[in-house]
Design a protein around this ligand. Structure first.
Ligand code: MN
Length: 407
């Protein structure tokens, strides 16, 4: 039987004051479930989108369909965006892993949308488990860019799939057999944009057996490299479970004990302003709770026992997360292909397009959406420049423009 030892940490970074990333470190109904979400959208919208995604996963019952939960998160984000103008156009990436399978064949199920990633470290080598849904990743797949070129590409943050973008979202999933000694890393692009895969691999190898040390060092490395984006990492170690004599019989799940990490959430990496970082181990003990799983679980979780009681600190972590929701005026807004709209003039007529108004390396990122029948000369003054500049709109905004465009 295997046992999981996870540790998660997040930090707003050195440039942005708000943290739009969110994470789940086994504190949901399914304690073998871990996730990272990276919110997209100005003001508080990004935080809201990633929060909703994590909330939905948090509620996922053990054994229920994974992809469906991600689709449900998509629907809830869209619904929240429709209900509130300030949240319209918000979205989030998500990468999640859930452990299960049988005692003979334990597996990790991975689901993702966007450019938050999962990696597997096994035998000292780091393998990507996910493929980014991003413009540069498409260009790598088509052979137009190398992986190294993609890492430095100015449009590397342009993602082509996100939760909250479309009615239906395509979720990529993978099932990996796992074994003792494996380490799974989930992270937002705030890590991978700042630290090379070689650098990540080195840190993971040097901190073998210590998920907390690994998570903290990865976070520090991203911050030391500039920390221009929010950084989130979740490290999950898969270990052999050695039951002390008489502790339990085979086939029973080890009941998790939960304790806060050493130091407070503000126990940030060296050089880091206290109060900006938060670390997360699961915040709820579930001792004695009956589980609705018929097959004996192959994987149990264990968190480090620490002297301090968990309740108070758990609340503190949540309190801190709330404090981190700070409005900043200049939040970078990411774009994703299918969900953006713009206008242009074609043979004197205004045409609406879906996608993005450029074609890097010859790859068209847009398609004609509507022909408006409105002549260039009939366009109302305030709309001329935005059409010339290919200003981007959400679908709702584009519909509004369509209805109001002509004289
Ligand atoms: Mn990010």
């Amino acid at each position: 039987m295997l046992l999981l030892e996870p540790f998660g940490a997040t930090d707003a970074g050195k440039v942005r004051r708000n943290n739009e990333d969110a994470l789940l470190v086994g504190e949901g109904r399914d304690e073998t479930l871990f996730a990272v979400a990276d919110g997209i959208g100005g003001f508080e919208a990004g935080e809201e989108a990633s929060r909703i995604a994590i909330e939905v996963l948090n509620e996922l019952e053990p054994g229920s369909p994974f992809q469906e939960a991600v689709r449900e998160a998509n629907r809830r984000i869209l619904a929240a965006g429709r209900g509130d103008e300030r949240l319209s156009g918000m979205g989030t990436t998500v990468v999640a892993v859930r452990f299960g399978g049988t005692t003979e064949r334990p597996v990790a199920e991975v689901a993702h949308v966007g450019d938050s990633r999962a990696y597997l470290l096994r035998g000292g080598s780091l393998r990507p488990v996910t493929e980014d849904h991003s413009l540069v990743a498409e260009l790598v797949r088509s052979g137009d860019l190398t992986r190294a070129q993609a890492a430095d590409h100015p449009q590397k943050n342009l993602i082509t799939r996100a939760l909250g973008a479309e009615e239906e979202v395509e979720v990529d999933t993978a099932v990996l057999p796992v074994e003792a000694g494996d380490r799974i890393l989930l992270c937002s692009d705030g890590l991978t944009d700042m630290v090379s895969e070689d650098g990540i691999s080195e840190i993971l190898a040097e901190s073998a057996g210590d998920p907390e040390g690994a998570a903290r060092r990865l976070l520090s490395a991203a911050l030391d490299a500039g920390g221009t984006d929010n950084v989130t990492v979740v490290v999950v170690d898969v270990k052999e479970h050695v039951a002390p004599p008489g502790e339990e019989r085979s086939g029973t799940r080890e009941l998790p004990t939960v304790a806060p990490p050493r130091g407070a959430p503000g126990g940030a990496p060296p050089g880091q302003t206290s109060g900006q970082s938060s670390v997360r181990t699961p915040t709820r003990a579930r001792k004695g709770e009956a589980r609705g799983v018929s097959a004996p679980p192959a994987v149990a979780t264990r968190r480090k026992r620490r002297p301090r009681r968990l309740g108070a600190l758990g609340k503190f972590v949540r309190g801190l997360a709330a404090v981190l929701v700070v409005v900043v005026a200049l939040t970078p807004v990411y774009l994703w292909g299918g969900s953006r709209y713009f206008f242009g003039f074609e043979d004197g007529e205004v045409v609406a397009y879906r996608g993005l108004p450029y074609a890097p390396l010859g790859v068209e990122l847009n398609e004609e959406w509507r022909r408006t029948g409105v002549e260039e000369s009939d366009v109302k003054g305030p709309y001329r420049d935005p059409i010339d500049d290919h200003k981007l709109y959400t679908r709702e905004q584009a519909e509004r423009v369509l209805g109001d465009l002509g004289n």
